[in-house]
Ligand binder design. Structure first.
Ligand SMILES: Cc1cc2nc3c(=O)[nH]c(=O)nc-3n(C[C@H](O)[C@H](O)[C@H](O)COP(=O)(O)OP(=O)(O)OC[C@H]3O[C@@H](n4cnc5c(N)ncnc54)[C@H](O)[C@@H]3O)c2cc1C
Length: 486
């Protein structure tokens, strides 16, 4: 593969996808490369999914600026991009006088950062809205601009918009090095060939320090900090919460929260464990006990029997303590979007606008007059009226075949997810676009059917279908390096 681009974006998480979409607003030939079979396979797939209001980060930091602006952009673009976001607002709960002082500090910081509508509520006012919360809560900081989102869905929406507007996304394409002339990159070397390019944006998440070092910039390091979660069934919602409840934060973390999801589940987590391994997202008994004990301080009657799964994500903690954004000081045409730990999900549209602004200034690129807003229409069958359902089934009888019974996902939605711009290539890719496999049985029933549909639609043998990562074959296949030994 030999390709040419104006800009190569490395990494298909929320940051890379948002940047790619933003670049298509200009006359720049942009290519995103992602090492895994699908985008949103890194930290973007496992986090608290909160669109933070912006009172945590200190005034003047990139985190503070990007958070507040990112939150504003999501409010502006939710309808246009058909984003799965619920503007629930968020609370930080305080259980003693010292914590009440902390939430007053957060209120002041948030006001300085430009967060709209912050207010302190009494414990009773909070419990009137969230009756299952502890009687020990004395007061809370209310942030009405916060919300919850479907995190991979956001990245997928940006990617679909980018592809629709002419950008290219190369998956299973791992960056392995660079060709350089002096202090400038001339080409990106991948395991699928070389891409000649004028600029490179490094949005490689937890691996951003390695990519930067490969290009010759060793000015920062990234270390992983794991956060584990327990997810609860929708049926337990009445015993849980309707929105986002943080405890008062510590120095290293926003603390173990209790939170709703956009689709009616609830979760508790995350803890914060520093580690060396950048791939280890295993969950542990100690971690689970830690988060459950902590969550019970907010929600004493946590319905333990309703837990359906656990998961963990890795924060990309930078040596600078802030997001690392903008031009590298040592490599003239390298832009960094590194150290994007929380609130990175919230900040990504603002990070995208900031970096695109630099690139436009550098290149003098003109506006793309043909830029189209939005993305192709999706039909989420279970949310539609019976009349609309009947009409869809009449047009396409695959809407009449339910594949995922827990989440009521139809065959037509799965086929659409596969054939959309930057469509699903794996079982988890289908899950992250349609929710098939997200329910109580966690894919036990629909997994084999989804595998069959992927094989049929992609015209590959079922033994070639993967769960998520490059070698994660669904079935034993002696010709492959994993999936079983011959
Ligand atoms: C526990 C936890 C809770 C969080 N909660 C929140 C929250 O509630 N709200 C919020 O706003 N933020 C939150 N965050 C932060 C947010 O999830 C991250 O900031 C965001 O997902 C980072 O996105 P990214 O695109 O920078 O990285 P990633 O999503 O990790 O994407 C980087 C991509 O680069 C690819 N890549 C790496 N190396 C290469 C290579 N050599 N070649 C090609 N591709 C490569 C990877 O495969 C990956 O897909 C949380 C994070 C964690 C871990």
């Amino acid at each position: 593969m030999e390709r040419e681009a104006d800009v190569v974006v490395i990494g298909g998480g929320i940051a890379g996808a948002a940047i790619l979409s933003e670049l298509t607003k200009y006359q720049l030939k942009s290519i995103l490369v992602e090492k895994e079979p699908d985008i949103a396979s890194g930290t973007t797939k496992a986090n608290s999914a909160i669109l933070h209001a912006g009172f945590d980060a200190h005034e003047g930091t990139m985190k503070a600026k990007m958070n507040v602006e990112g939150n504003r952009i999501y409010h502006e673009r939710k309808e246009e991009l058909d984003l799965d976001i619920e503007w629930t607002g968020s609370f930080v709960a305080a259980t003693n006088d010292e914590e009440m002082d902390t939430i007053r500090e957060l209120l002041e910081r948030g006001n300085k950062n430009g967060v709209p509508g912050l207010a302190i509520w009494s414990g009773d006012k909070l419990r009137a809205q969230e009756p299952n919360l502890s009687q020990d809560i004395k007061g809370a900081l209310w942030a009405p601009s916060a919300g919850v989102c479907w995190p991979f869905g956001l990245a997928i929406a940006f990617a679909e918009n980018a592809v629709m507007n002419g950008a290219e996304i190369l998956r299973e394409c791992k960056v392995e090095g660079f060709e350089k002339k002096g202090n400038a990159i001339t080409a990106v070397k991948t395991d699928k060939g070389t891409i000649q390019t004028k600029y490179v944006v490094n949005a490689a998440g937890i691996h951003a320090d390695e990519i930067s070092a490969l290009a010759g910039d060793t000015s920062f390091t990234i270390h992983p900090r794991k956060g584990e979660y327990v997810l609860f069934d929708k049926a337990a919602r009445k015993d849980m919460v309707n929105g986002v409840i943080f405890p008062t934060p510590s120095k290293t973390s926003k603390g173990i929260l209790v939170c709703t999801t956009t689709h009616g589940n609830t979760f508790v987590g995350p803890n914060a464990q520093d580690q060396d391994d950048k791939e280890d997202t295993s969950v542990t008994v100690q971690g689970m006990n830690e988060i459950l004990q902590s969550a019970k301080k907010l929600l004493p009657n946590l319905p333990m029997g309703a837990a359906i799964t656990e998961f963990a994500g890795l924060r990309a903690v930078s040596s600078t303590g802030d997001f690392i954004l903008g031009k590298s000081e040592t490599v003239s045409n390298l832009l960094q979007a590194a150290g994007i730990q929380s609130p990175g999900l919230t900040s990504s549209p603002a990070i995208a606008a900031y970096l695109a602004g630099i690139l436009v200034q550098e290149t003098g690129a003109k506006k793309n007059e043909h830029y189209q807003k939005g993305r192709p229409v999706r039909h989420t069958f279970h949310t539609l009226s019976n009349e609309k359902r009947k009409q869809l089934v009449k047009e396409n009888n695959r809407y009449g075949r339910i594949i995922c019974r827990c989440e009521t996902v139809t065959e037509a939605e799965i086929v659409d997810a596969i054939h959309r711009p930057c469509g699903a290539r794996t079982v988890d890719g289908v899950k992250r676009r349609t929710r098939a496999g997200m329910g109580r049985c966690q894919g036990g029933f629909c997994g084999p059917r989804v595998t069959q549909i992927l094989a049929r639609e992609l015209d590959i043998p079922v033994t070639e279908v993967r769960k998520e990562m490059r070698e994660s074959y669904m079935f034993y296949n002696k010709d492959k390096t994993s999936g079983g030994k011959a």
